[in-house]
Design a protein around this ligand. Sequence first.
Ligand code: ADP
Length: 692
Amino acid sequence: MANQPFELIGLLNVHGNILEVNQVALDAIGLEKTNILGRLFWEAPWWTHSPDLQKQIQESIAQVSLGQGIQQDVTYASPSGISSSFTLSMKPIHSEIGQVIYLVVEGYSNRTYGPRINDPKLNQAIEPELQSRTRHLEEQLAHKQLLASITQNIRQSLDFDEILTTTVTEVRQVLQADRALIFHLTSEGSGIVIKESVVPEYPVTLEMMFPDECFPEECYEHYCQGNPRIVLDVFKDEWADCLAEFMEQVGVKTKIVAPIVQMGDNRLPRVWGLLIVHSCDYYRQWQPSDAELLQDISNQLAIALTQADLYSQLQTSEMHLRNAFDNGVNGMAMLTMSGQFMRVNPALCQLLGYSKSELLQIEIQDLIQPQELDRHRNHIQDLIADRTSTLQIESELRHKSGKTLWTISSASLVHDTQGEPLYFVVQVLDISERRALEQMKNEFISSVSHELRTPLASIHGSLGLLASGVLDEQPETSKQMLEIAATESERLVRLVNDILDLERLESHKIMLHQQWCSALSLMQRVVELLSIKADNKDIRLFVTPTVHQVWVDEDRIIQVLVNLVSNAIKFSSPGSTIWMSVLTQNSESSLPSQGNQQDIPQLSLEKGISATSQVIFQVKDQGKGIAADKLEIIFDRFQQVNGSDSREYGGTGLGLAICRNIVHQHGGTIWAKSELGLGSTFYFTLPVPESS
Ligand code: ADP
């Protein structure tokens, strides 16, 4: 190898990094090109035998970088140790604005070529060859540099529009074209110019649409394979005759077309669009290197567009997730592995009564009852150890106000790509209401069972005695037993009816059929229904006349009045009087004191009707009265003032609960006033709607 003539042609950047070098020089040191590109020229193996020489070359490069050409005699040592001297010349290459951008180095072995270098004939022969090689290297390098800089600019953004704008602007400048444009092919087979950079002298083609894109199949195939096309006369372009008219209109003479190829959903390449440069001024002879550069840019653009597309998909899905999180009706949170809140949604803040910033400062453990912590820890350990994929815990959490909430929390664990646990995602559902309802239902069932058992036991006892035959000889007692059984059966029927009625009212299965009724006729109807019962106890029923009309479900309000008057009869002594009357009151003035006024529900009025005042029904008796501490609870289910009331008076303890429900459904409220031994007065209000 040492005997071979040594010649070196290379291109360096201004810092001395090797950008290109010829093969002969590489063969001389037995290196692959890839192992030397990018390395500092003075550190390359040609000179490592002499640190002094390395230093000398480094200094020369620094000088040439400032714009000065240098020629020096140096010694090169081959790996086999044979050294030869040769002349190394370095010259700067300037940019358009006069800046040094590259350094060209050339070295010729003196021993081999030395004697001939002074031979003008030989020099003349070598010079063109050298110039052409140097030019080629320079071109290649310029191409690479341009591509790198354009790629960097294109890839700087993930915004679709910005990428396209940068591309057409840079391409037009770099190729000094009159127009650069991006033509997008839609899936429906039409095409549209979506981005353009054009010199002011020529027409704008932006947004021009080609409804039926007319590539011949072989042309599409050519593009699909990522091949560019130079068209040196657009009027003789056999693959695009249909565009001739358009080309004339927009003043094009020659062009290069580089396809933008992407992978389709079917994993096959598809032409997403075309990156095109136009020469309008003259019939420009585009070079293959121009087409190559344009195609390289187009390929980079395809990657950038795919990335932008993926990024926008990611952003959309991120936005959907964020929306689902922020607007979720259930409480949601992300928790660190130690239980610290990392992210919380507004629903969770509302549920727990804390602000977002307050929650982010605490741990979930702070909200769990201390005696429950171990149970939670065990469940979480199961989740971490992958013994379960999601975890559901029903537990009480502490609200900021101090009260406790029954909740169901579902948690899952998010892992990183290596499978390491990262954080928990937790959903919290408030089930306090459901728990309260369940509790009420359980209490109700136990009360109902209890209430049913009493009459059933009496019926069972009486019938049992009769069946045993011990009363066969005692017809009077037998008759009494039958009467007991009959009375208790009636009570059972009443009880079951009341329970069903209340259940239907509470679950809103009963629709009110409201209409205008005369308050007086409602009260008179009640008197008709109960006069026998009252007469039997020698009790007088009085109705104070009134002209008021009320907007009610007639049957239901009669049911309320019957219940109140029946109670009054039941709990009054013979000879006493019961009064029924109606007072009106504007809703803004105060009502007769409402010791136990319940929450008044929303008025159930028809559209177009607003409540401005209300009427108050009043049922007043002179009976035994009700203790002050019982005035409220008598409206609850199965509540009686005395345990003996049901036995003594045959009631079910559900009547007032039913009354309260009906009155509430009418948008009114009900309460009682009483003085022990003197009598009780029950009031209920009904809103009076006024046509608006
Ligand atoms: P019941 O069917 O037992 O009458 P209610 O719900 O109608 O059930 O009444 C509940 C309890 O309220 C009664 O058992 C009674 O103790 C008391 N009560 C209701 N109305 C009166 C009244 N006018 N005078 C005295 N006590 C009453």
